[in-house]
Design a protein around this ligand. Structure first.
Ligand code: ASP
Ligand code: MG
Length: 449
């Protein structure tokens, strides 16, 4: 069986819902579990409704609810007619009347707790899946709609709840029973505590639901259907020659995730890694294109992609006291921890440490405290450029090609060796485009690599 996850843009209106269902229907003989996000913009809309209700009362929220309702009804009307449409309408109306009661309650109390916020956001996925399931049934597909809150069990850290794995896996096997020729429809993102209170897994975490289902059910694969062709060798806005990668390893995908590449969050991938289940990223708008497979082992080593991140600051601490001392790094990192500022790249010598950060809100305070340990230097307006690919380490030719390609670019910091999957250089921001383009051309545009 396969798990297919459709993101918000893949179910954004009637036409796209129909496309998504076509994709599921074509594979129905395998047995499909379809996980859907809310229709695009719905979760943000619900968040806005919750905030308005808290701040200004129900009347302000009412209009937004009505708009959302009209949009969902119009989608259902475009997909369905006759009795199935009546059933779908009834389902949507029931959900909207529940939403109205919750929002009214919240506006009376003028108190939006994380718990009530989660309940309000949960309507997005419940609405989209109501339409999808009814439409699949109307097509004659044997369909079952299962509420994800029946099996996705979490702690009560509302808005970013953590999965209780054992209970969830057991419940998935009990309640979600895929079989050949059958479609199970369920929601991404939403879950519940063991006592049944609605929670959410965190924004954009629908992928995680799909991957958990895939792992618990030992799926042949998990397909993530989205609005890009897959994972690319580079951001095509900067490098038009960028190409889709046919496959990439879990580790490479995790390295790319930091750079905001449109890949799945590394934490969300974990259950698939453990269970050894391949994940395919595919474009709903171009289902014929192959997409990218994320797998545990890839046949080829070497560079796979170039990622970059602008707006980076390097903080450097130099102190002779560091020589032969222990505990020095710990003291430095504790200062960053105190200000909840993540450090990304680190390079050290015996008497100095350089670190990159991209959150500079507390930079002055951090520099002040670091000043007590040694002399502090701060360089702003930099970028990290990162070559991703397993086995970079093993091939010194690759490393020398990187540096000869960047001959003209001043390099502020280099990291290589913490994983053999990532070679990162820090360069001035104004050199980013040039450096990324020349690296891309060196490694990916001349049959290189
Ligand atoms: N609908 C949720 C969001 O927009 C979850 C998701 O789409 O992954 O954050
Ligand atoms: Mg999304």
């Amino acid at each position: 069986m396969r798990v297919l996850k459709f993101g918000g843009t893949s179910v954004r209106d009637a036409e796209w819902m129909a496309r998504s269902l076509n994709i599921a229907q074509e594979q129905i003989s395998e047995g499909i579990v379809l996980v859907s996000s809310a229709m695009a913009k719905t979760t943000n809309g619900l968040q806005d409704i919750a905030c308005r209700a808290e701040q200004t009362g129900f009347d302000e929220a009412r209009r937004a609810i009505e708009e959302l309702e009209a949009h969902h009804l119009a989608t259902a009307e475009a997909l369905l007619e006759g009795e199935p449409l009546d059933r779908c309408r009834a389902g949507l109306e029931e959900l909207f009347s529940e939403l109205v009661s919750v929002v009214k309650g919240l506006s009376l109390l003028k108190e939006r707790s994380p718990r009530s916020n989660d309940l309000i956001l949960s309507f997005g996925e419940r609405l989209s899946t109501t339409i999808l399931a009814e439409t699949a049934r109307a097509r004659g597909i044997e369909t079952k709609l299962v509420d994800a809150r029946e099996f996705m069990k979490t702690d009560d850290a509302f808005t970013h709840a953590s999965l209780i794995e054992e209970t969830t896996y057991r419940l998935v096997r009990e309640k979600v029973r895929p079989r050949r020729g059958r479609l199970i429809v369920t929601q991404g993102f939403i879950a519940s505590t063991e006592t049944g209170i609605t929670t959410t897994l965190g924004r954009n975490q629908s992928d995680f639901t799909a991957i958990v289902l895939g792992a618990a059910l030992d799926a042949d694969e998990v397909q993530i259907w989205t609005d890009v062709d897959g994972i690319m060798t580079c951001d095509p806005r900067l490098v038009p020659e960028a190409a889709t990668l046919p496959s990439i390893s879990y580790r490479e995908a995790a390295e790319l995730a930091y750079f905001g590449a449109k890949v799945i969050h590394p934490q969300a991938i974990q259950p698939a890694v453990t269970a050894g289940i391949p994940i395919c990223v595919k474009n709903t708008g171009r289902p014929q294109s192959a997409g990218t497979r994320i797998v545990s082992d890839i046949p080829s080593e070497g560079p796979k992609a170039i990622a970059f991140k602008e707006g980076i600051t390097v903080v450097n601490v130099t102190s002779a006291r560091m020589l032969h001392a222990y505990g020095f790094l710990k003291t430095i990192f504790e200062i960053f921890e105190l200000y909840k500022t993540p450090v990304d790249l680190v390079a050290t010598s015996e008497v100095s440490v350089s670190m990159t950060i991209d959150e500079v809100k507390h930079l002055d305070a951090i520099s002040g405290r670091l000043g007590a340990l040694g002399s502090v230097g701060v360089a702003r307006d930099l970028s990290i450029i990162c070559l991703v690919g397993q086995g970079l380490w093993k091939n010194s030719r690759i490393i020398s090609r990187v540096f000869s390609t960047l001959e003209e670019v001043p390099i502020r910091l280099v990291t290589l060796g913490s994983s053999d999957t990532n070679l990162s250089v820090v360069v001035p921001r104004e050199k980013t485009a040039e450096a990324v383009r020349s690296l891309h051309s060196e490694f990916f545009e001349r049959g290189g690599g």
